[in-house]
Design a protein around this ligand. Structure first.
Ligand SMILES: *Cc1c(COP(=O)(O)O)cnc(C)c1O
Length: 368
């Protein structure tokens, strides 16, 4: 049986990667902001159309250290419909997450509800661009300005996207990207933060390198989150092919949409206006009453055929066992509704359209 996993990491030809890393055997410079690191940094700055970017060892450290560098206090408004990383980065900074519900179309933060959650303890908003759907950045900016709040986007899913022609990483005070193996663009593990204020960037740089500010000056109690040269070399190679990869992912999604878009009981995110997409994920939401089968039944049926989808994002982060029932999930009913019904289907650049048909046939069999 031909097994299909939910994703498959993009890799350059082996020769291309070997060519890229060859000179590391001359220099023996393997990490600590070497040549590859600096090259990738400048290439990404251009590709993402952002003013400033700092590379890190992964997307989680980008989030965690950015929040730390801002010296935030009290409460941070975010959504539970995300990967563990977003909520953990807040909690690990000693901050209290306050969960806002999500919008029915994009599954990003519900800006209609956001303002009602702001208290005098609120210091920041951490909205998540999910699946490549971007948040309502304009409304978030308006609210943040009105109340003097920082905005740190979790942009792990929106590599390379633009909104009204502007790089998505240029919104808010900072945007954190993930270059994990499973993401649209990868450096094996890796991440970056794009930011507005250069001073903030300096603090993040210090935090990623033990707080070392000069050869003999240690100014902060930093961590270690440096992207190494092998990671950066992978990024340099993958970036050469990224437009082609995204275009191929787009073809896969177009085919899924054609097959599933009009089916009663299956909900697919509407295409967002003014957004250059990156086709990061393909989530579908099953309404069992109309469609006839639940998300879990479909996931099991696909698995019987060796096709592995993911219940991404389920469970919601505000229901995680580690939080011991501290958060009331009834305050985010839409997030709960979607989390119980959503399934992300296999998606990667080289997924053949015949396999997309096979997946859709399995999903649609037994209905009519
Ligand atoms: C992948 C991901 C992260 C964390 O990134 P890593 O590079 O795996 O540390 C954070 N937030 C979201 C929404 C993600 O999908």
């Amino acid at each position: 049986m031909n097994e299909i996993l939910v994703t498959r990491s993009s890799m350059p030809d082996m020769e291309e990667y070997i060519d890229e890393i060859r000179d590391l055997w001359d220099t023996h410079w393997l990490t600590n902001m070497g040549k590859k690191h600096r090259q990738l940094q400048s290439e990404l700055k251009e590709y993402l159309s952002v003013e400033n970017i700092e590379l890190l060892t992964n997307g989680h450290m980008a989030l965690e250290l950015t929040l730390q560098a801002m010296n935030l206090t009290g409460e941070v408004i975010t959504t539970p419909f995300t990967f563990a990383s977003t909520t953990h980065a807040i909690v690990r900074n000693g901050l209290t997450p306050v969960f806002c519900d999500i919008d029915t179309d994009s599954y990003t933060i519900d800006v209609g509800m956001l303002e009602s959650l702001i208290t005098d303890r609120t210091s920041a908003i951490v909205p998540v661009h999910v699946y490549g759907n971007i948040c309502n950045v304009e409304e978030i900016e308006r609210i943040a300005r009105k109340y003097g709040l920082k905005v740190i986007y979790d942009a792990a899913h929106t590599f390379g996207e633009t909104y009204k022609g502007q790089g998505i990483g240029s919104f808010g005070d900072a945007s954190c990207f993930s270059f994990h193996a499973t993401k649209t663009f990868n450096t094996i593990e890796g991440g970056a933060v794009c930011f507005r204020d250069k001073e903030l960037g300096n603090r993040i740089y210090d935090l990623k390198n033990f707080g070392i500010h000069g050869p003999e000056v240690v100014e902060g109690v930093g961590a270690n989150a440096k992207m190494n040269e092998f990671q950066a070399a992978m990024g340099i190679c993958n970036l050469r092919h990224i437009d082609e990869e995204i275009a191929k992912r787009g073809k896969v999604i177009e085919h899924y949409r054609k097959r599933l878009g009009m089916v009663e009981g299956i909900k697919i995110n509407p295409v967002q206006e003014n957004v250059k997409p990156n086709y990061a994920y393909f989530p579908v939401v099953f309404d069992e009453k109309v469609f006839g089968f639940s998300r879990n039944e479909i996931a099991d049926r696909l698995a019987e055929h060796g096709i592995f989808s993911r219940k991404y994002f389920y469970p919601l982060t505000n229901t995680f066992a580690c939080f011991n029932g501290k958060f009331d999930v009834d305050k985010t009913p839409m997030a709960l509704h979607i989390a119980k019904r959503v399934l992300t289907l296999p998606l990667y650049a080289d997924l053949p359209l015949e396999e997309v048909d096979r997946i859709c046939n399995i999903i649609l069999e037994k209905i009519r």
